[in-house]
Write a protein that binds this ligand. Structure first.
Ligand code: CUA
Length: 341
């Protein structure tokens, strides 16, 4: 091969590599990694990407060179010269991919093992999924609608589901797993930055799937500790006599029944958009042609009896509403009737 030809081949290869590298670097293919686990996944991603780019550059360079140099001459209909195997070439193009693929496999295996190791003292949280909400139960037995984690400490989340298959995914944390009824899938997250991140359900789980979102709030360790202490001291959410304890009823609305995950209700500070807003129940009751209290009660116990125009049937039949006892239903009715406009 002449020197000039080699130089042309090299330039074509470099050009192909540069084009590939620009596409890889300029487009934000992955969210910024804000957990240790996501950082490791980034490493694997770039490790594999640079290898792919190098192979792409060689293949594209040789192809383009061949197209330009060895074009058929006009009027030449003869076959090309017969070519027999080239042992060295074949050994090289078998050995090089073998080494590269093995390297990717080893790096991936190490990262997978590290990413599922929670270390000695993780924060253990149970994540319960249901149509269409998440609940997070902490080591002190308290349950919340939002996930709060301290930064720089590993959290081990055990996922389960009350009804159908859901999933748990925070893009910036890299980790993702399905929540399957009867299974207890485990993921580890070690946040490296404070802030608020979306939690997204990525399994089609029913009418509210697209809106099955939640928040993960990452706090500095002292702020997390003081929140955790305050939360532990707060009154138990469930039992309270009917009509009494608006705070307990609000807690019931937000946590046990997860009503707030789907419904906007300003007095409780919830902003769900899956179901109709509960801020103007009097108006809604008169549209449905029922007295307020009876309307609210029926809407909880038999949600499909009257469906607010613009909303679909069958959405509220999920298990979130079934975990509320009849005493608690009365409590919720009183709470809504007393606080709505
Ligand atoms: Cu839960 Cu999609």
């Amino acid at each position: 091969m002449r020197r000039g030809s080699l130089l042309q081949l090299l330039l074509l290869t470099l050009a192909a590599f540069a084009i590939g590298a620009v596409i890889a670097l300029v487009v934000p293919w992955l969210p910024h990694p804000d957990s240790k686990e996501a950082g490791r996944i980034w490493f694997v991603y770039w490790f594999a990407t640079w290898i792919c780019l190098a192979i792409f550059a060689v293949v594209a360079g040789v192809s383009v060179y061949a197209f330009l140099k060895f074009r058929v001459k006009e009027g030449d209909l003869s076959d090309g010269p017969p070519v027999h195997g080239h042992a060295t070439l074949e050994i090289v193009w078998t050995a090089v991919p073998f080494v590269l693929v093995t390297a990717i496999a080893i790096v991936s295996a190490i990262v997978l093992a590290k990413n599922s190791n929670a270390g000695r003292n993780p924060l253990r949280i149970t994540v319960t999924t249901m149509q269409f909400a998440y609940q997070f139960t902490y080591p002190n037995g308290k349950t919340f609608n939002e996930l709060r984690l301290p930064v720089h400490r590993s959290a081990e989340l055990t996922l389960n589901s009350n009804d159908v298959i859901h999933s748990f995914w925070v893009p910036a944390f890299g980790q993702k797993s399905d929540a399957v009824p009867g299974l207890h899938n485990r993921i580890v997250i070690t946040p490296t930055k404070t802030g608020t991140y979306p939690i997204i359900c990525t399994q089609l789980c029913g009418l509210g799937h697209a809106l099955m979102r939640n928040k993960a709030i990452i706090l500095p360790a002292p702020a997390y500790e003081s929140w955790y202490k305050r939360a532990a001291a707060a009154p138990a959410p469930a039992p309270a006599p009917s009509g009494g304890g608006s705070a307990a009823a609000a807690q019931l609305f937000k946590t046990t029944g997860t009503c707030g995950a789907c419904h906007t209700f300003t007095p409780a500070g919830t902003t769900g958009k899956i179901g109709p807003s509960l801020d103007k129940l009097k108006e809604a009751a008169s549209k449905a042609g029922q007295p307020l209290e009876a309307y609210v009660k029926e809407s909880i116990e038999d949600p499909d009896a009257y469906v607010t125009p613009g909303f679909a049937k069958g959405v509220m039949s999920g298990s979130c509403c079934k975990q509320v006892s009849s005493d608690q239903v009365d409590q919720l009715v009183q709470y809504l009737v007393q606080n709505t406009k």
